[in-house]
Every structure is written in C-alpha cells, then in structure tokens.
Write a protein that binds this ligand. Structure first.
Ligand SMILES: [Zn+2]
Ligand SMILES: [Zn+2]
Length: 349
C-alpha cells in the first residue's frame, strides 16, 4: 500500500483534519497521480453529511481532480510520467455491460465505482481528491489539454461534464434557445459551454444579483425567477432547459417555458420527489428528463472542447485548512463559482 496525506471528515458534522490514507499498490494498468488541485462539489457535502445514504468514515471527498502522472503500471499505454491528467466522479466500472461498451460508464448496469465512498474491485473503499495522490486505472483517467490551467480545469471533471453531456445530447447549438436554471458551480459552466456551442443562452436565476456575471460568462439574456412576469414573458420559448438547482422548484412553471418538443433536463438532484402536472408535458409534447455526469470518452471530448474554445471554470483557490469554511460558503451560495483546493497546502501527518 502507498500511504498518502489527506483531509478527511470523521463524522457528518466534520471538521476536516489531516490524516493519512492508503492507496493500493500500482496494478499493471494503474496510474499514480500527484494531485495538484481538487474542486469542491456540492455532492461532496451531501455525501459526507449522510444525506445520500450511509457513510463510511473517515471520508475523503473530492471528485474534481487535476494533477500530474508520477508513476505508471507495467501495462499502461495511454499515459506517461509528467502528463497532465484529470479524474472525475468515476474510477471504475464493469467494462462489460452494453452501457460500458457504449462509453456510458456513468450508467453501468453492474454499478460503477465512485471516486470516493464506493467499494472498488479490490474490496477497498475509495477515497477522493482531497489528498496528495490517487491511484486510478488508466481507462478512467483523462488528459487535460495544455492550455487549460490545472486549477481551473479541476471543476470541469464534474461541473463541466455534468452540463456538457445534456447540452450535447439534446443538441444545444446554433438556432437553439437554451436556458440554464441557477448560476452556481454547475450553472456557470452550463452558460459557458452552451454559449461556446453557439446556442442562444438565457440564465434563469432567483434574483438579478449575478446578472452582470451571467452576461459576462456568455449569457444573452438574464431573468429573475422571483418575478412572476418572467414566466409570462418567456412562456413557450426554450428548446432546452438545464436545471442545475437541487432544491424544490415548481417544475410545471419551468415546463411552461418550453417550446414544442422542448426538454427540461434535471442535473440537480433534490432529496424529495418533484410534483409534475402531466398536462404541462402533453400540451406541447414536452419532455422532463435527467442526466448524470458523462462517460469517460465524453469527458475527454468536453475537455478538448473547452480547450478549443478557451473556457474553464471560474474559481477561488483555497488552502487545505479552509475546507470547512469553504463548505459553509458553498451552502450559502457564496462562491463565484467553484472552490478549488491547492493540494500543495495539504501538510504532512
Ligand atoms: Zn460533483
Ligand atoms: Zn458496465
């Protein structure tokens, strides 16, 4: 085993403390990555606090990982020492089911392995990116193009792919009207990517507080959903709405904004069921859909797309001893737009 420094939470309440965890010895197809930056995703908080099911503590979260390859197994062919690489929400899948064969590992029929809090094929519980090193099979590692800085690249591994995948799947592009609900970590990437794809982009946010940011990020229009006039004005106008909000919202009100054959895709996951009036769907042959991250091939495609369009995440870099504070600020929506931990500040146990 390889002993590495990490920041872990030992209970739902935290706080984070410095500890060591064990990474497996390199198997023939494994890559050892020296982590440089790890993004803080809202899912880290949901998971660590037991809101999405039982947790094995200590837990080291983090599934927006950017770093440098520092060692490779004997059969690794895709990566070499020194390569700039990333790891997202998945570190393994069965590789044999029809979904895995289609490159949709996130929908693996036999259950994929999450980057933290999952049991891997070696029987070890996975630990995430709030640590100095990680061992991952090369098939779940992606290459980070040279023109994307590693710190701004980290959030692309979850926030980027989570928005890219539905935008690509439902055909965002020239001539399409796309709305992004919520301008947070996911939403700000949704706006940048949809704009780069050539779509006409509207932000639907609770207030107009971040309007200037939204327009600067690439939105063409920006409306406050707290204003009832917004829903009258925009009725029947969008081809695609990507909802990044995980809170309870009035889905029927948002469905009413879709044009004929329009789709509302949820990427946020509220804990409680959402009520849908079916009349909202049948009235204009609308769809209400969901989407979860993206496959490895698509994640690489997203990174290449971002490199080509010179986009990455808007970030605030923090040190490892600021994680607790950053989590509180994420919960208060007080971040523009993603916290990224500088792993060089990890410290030594
Ligand atoms: Zn995430
Ligand atoms: Zn599978």
């Amino acid at each position: 085993m390889i002993k590495v420094n990490a920041r872990a939470t030992f209970s739902p309440e935290g706080p984070f403390s410095l500890t060591t965890i064990e990474r497996r010895n390199l198997q023939p197809k494994d890559v050892l990555i020296e982590i440089k930056y790890a993004g803080i995703c809202h899912s880290d908080i949901h998971t660590a606090r037991g809101e999405w099911g039982p947790v094995n503590y200590p837990l080291v979260p983090g599934h927006e990982i950017a770093g440098i390859v520092s060692q490779v197994g004997s059969e690794v062919t895709k990566y070499a020492i020194g390569d700039r690489v990333g790891v997202g929400c998945l570190v393994d899948s069965c590789g044999e089911c029809s979904h895995c064969h289609q490159g949709e590992e996130q929908y693996c029929l036999n259950g994929n392995t999450g980057t933290y809090g999952s049991t891997d094929r070696y029987g070890q519980i996975t630990q995430g990116g709030y640590s100095t090193h990680i061992v991952v099979t090369e098939d779940f590692v992606v290459q980070i193009p040279d023109n994307i800085p590693l710190d701004a690249a980290a959030p692309l591994l979850c926030a980027g792919i989570t928005t890219y995948s539905p935008l690509r799947h439902w055909g965002a592009g020239p001539g399409k009207k796309v709305a992004v609900v919520g301008l947070g970590g996911l939403g700000h990437m949704g706006v940048k990517i949809a704009h780069a794809m050539g779509a006409e982009v509207t932000v639907l946010s609770q207030s107009l507080k971040k309007k200037e940011d939204g327009l600067h990020l690439g939105a063409d229009h920006y409306y406050a959903t707290s204003d009832p006039e917004t829903f009258k004005l925009l009725a029947g106008s969008f081809d695609l709405i990507v909802n990044t909000v995980s809170a309870q919202i009035n889905i029927d009100a948002y469905l009413s904004l879709l044009a004929l054959d329009g789709t509302l895709v949820n990427v946020g996951a509220p804990a409680d069921p959402l009520a849908v009036n079916v009349f909202s769907l049948i009235a204009h042959r609308r769809s209400f859909a969901g989407s979860m991250i993206g496959g490895i091939r698509e994640t690489q495609e997203m990174l290449n797309f971002c490199a080509e369009h010179n986009i990455a995440s808007e970030i605030e870099v923090i040190s490892a001893d600021q994680i607790d504070e950053a989590w509180e600020r994420v919960l208060a929506s007080d971040v523009r737009y993603r916290f990224v931990i500088d792993i060089s500040t990890m410290g030594q146990e």
